[in-house]
Design a protein around this ligand. Structure first.
Ligand SMILES: Cc1cc2nc3c(=O)[nH]c(=O)nc-3n(C[C@H](O)[C@H](O)[C@H](O)COP(=O)(O)OP(=O)(O)OC[C@H]3O[C@@H](n4cnc5c(N)ncnc54)[C@H](O)[C@@H]3O)c2cc1C
Length: 468
């Protein structure tokens, strides 16, 4: 197209942006520029595990796993009680498998073993060798070899608009025009103000912290105001359970811990997938106590390997960074762990009804004897008695903000919609910057990466077609 500096401009160089740029090139866009605010390519995508969901892939078939996009759609929608943009999710789930294979064709290698992301019927999460960084590296290399240009250190702060259509971007006084623009700027987790405003349930104390990239400041939510872009998905994202010990995230708590609520009652299978655990914690007022005794803590420490429900291929098995004797003793001195010789005293220390805590612990010990969790169906291999004092209690909250999911509303072609629901001509968005795709329940590991790569491709293809 003549008259513009570029055919397609992409803002942000995470996997959503890289997939969009490369997909635009593959369907014929010739002049493509990716503008990136940081000095390095990859955003949160490069820090990520890179686990990616996708159904009916060749990788599943090799393993004899029978799956279908329809099954993924069903799981996704049921888990989210249809509180998502259904048509967008249909596009995502129908193309996610193809997107995984696309990455494979480009050079991303996956472990043979597929894993469960959450509570789905079959394993459909693909684990890239070299984690998210490897995926970013492959996509970036392919982009460069395709002649796609990159402008690092360019923080976009404005969209250029002509006759109601988006025709470019600006960073300060620098303006660049294009036939279409794809926003792939990631989430807003690094912006505390926006986190409070748009994702307030990340427990609003100084416990709350973010583990993604610095560039996730939510800029796009500001610079799309001029075009009246619609924002959806309030208070959505992923929160992981966290102690008040440090800012080091641990995706799961070890299975041997027993969680009780403020009533001193157990309320869940402690090995529930984190997407489910997030919602369970919300029901409990976002606070619970992990209870255990000294003997179990010593045994878990001596084992030297954290006992989680699932191991991810490629992850080096190691001691839990929090749930071991050294750390617990250290945190005891800081007042972040309660340790008492009797359960009565422990209940008093954490302010839960004594009779309830004693009864809960008695029931746990009964389940251990039965070798079956008749209450919450936790795998019996994780059942440990709580019998020999001293006894411990540690408060946990869903305070680790892993990513955010409130953002721009898009249709199934990844076009950005305005406040009235109309398409904003020339403007596309994909990945963590969008809302309504990730629902109130995170489907599981790979939900976000699946969304970013799949909808990134959809956005890139649409943006290229818009230029024609
Ligand atoms: C530690 C960790 C592990 C994770 N593991 C997984 C996992 O295994 N599977 C999974 O599905 N999800 C995982 N997630 C979540 C997932 O990785 C992210 O949601 C996803 O990578 C976001 O991709 P994105 O392309 O939308 O954004 P990003 O990768 O964050 O890229 C956005 C880019 O836009 C740039 N940008 C922002 N504003 C501007 C601006 N104004 N101008 C120009 N550039 C701008 C940013 O600097 C950034 O480089 C994990 C997240 C973290 C933090």
């Amino acid at each position: 197209m003549t008259g513009f500096d570029f055919d397609v401009l992409v803002i942000g160089s995470g996997v959503a942006g890289l997939a969009a740029a490369l997909a635009a090139h593959q369907v014929g866009a010739e002049r493509i520029l990716v503008a990136e605010s940081e000095g390095i390519v990859g955003g949160s995508s490069r820090l990520s595990g890179g686990l990616m969901m996708g159904a009916a892939t060749r990788y599943q078939k090799v393993q004899g796993i029978a799956d279908s996009p329809e099954a993924l759609f069903h799981d996704y929608m049921t888990l989210n009680q249809w509180k998502v943009e259904s048509a967008v999710v249909e596009r995502l789930t129908s193309r996610a498998g193809e997107a995984v294979e696309w990455l494979g064709d480009l050079g991303v290698e996956f472990y043979d073993q597929l894993v469960y992301g959450g509570d789905e019927s079959v394993p459909r999460v693909h684990c890239p060798i070299g984690r998210g960084q490897a995926v970013v590296d492959v996509l970036y290399r392919q982009c460069r070899e395709s002649g796609i240009e990159f402008a690092l250190g360019q923080r976009v702060d404005r969209l250029l608009v002509a006759d109601g259509a988006v025709v470019g971007i600006a960073s300060g006084t620098d303006e660049i025009t294009a036939g279409s623009v794809v926003i792939a700027t990631g989430g807003f987790g690094a912006n505390e103000q926006k986190r409070k405003e748009l994702f307030p349930s990340v427990f609003d104390t100084d416990w709350s912290y973010y583990i993604g990239a610095d560039g996730s400041r939510g800029d796009a939510l500001d610079f799309t105001r001029d075009v009246n872009a619609q924002v959806t998905g309030f208070n959505r994202g992923l929160r992981l359970l966290h102690t008040d010990f440090d800012k080091m995230y641990e995706a799961y708590i070890p299975g041997w811990l027993v969680l009780v609520n403020s009533e001193g009652r157990r309320f869940c299978n402690e090995t529930a997938p984190y997407g489910i655990m997030d919602g369970l914690m919300q029901e409990q007022g976002d606070s619970a106590f992990a209870i255990f005794d000294h003997k179990t803590l010593v045994e878990a420490t001596e084992l030297g390997v954290a006992r989680y429900k699932q191991s991810i291929p490629g992850s080096t098995k190691r001691q839990s960074p929090h749930w071991n004797l050294d750390i617990i003793e250290m945190m005891l001195k800081e007042g972040k762990v309660q340790k008492r010789d009797s359960l009565e005293d422990l209940a008093g220390a954490i302010g839960v009804p004594t009779a309830n805590l004693i009864a809960t612990v008695a029931r746990v010990n009964e389940l251990v004897e039965l070798a079956e969790d008749q209450d919450y169906l936790k795998d019996p291999k994780f059942l440990e008695p709580i019998v020999s004092g001293p006894f411990y209690a540690v408060e946990v909250r869903p305070a680790t903000c892993c990513f955010t999911a409130c953002g721009l509303r898009i249709n199934r072609d990844a076009e950005v919609l305005d406040e009235t629901g109309r398409v904003i001509a020339g403007l596309y968005a994909a990945g963590e910057v969008t809302g309504g795709v990730i629902g109130p329940r995170y489907v599981g590991s790979g939900n976000s990466y699946g969304n970013c790569v799949t909808m990134g491709r959809v956005a890139g293809q649409g943006a290229a077609a818009h230029v024609d």
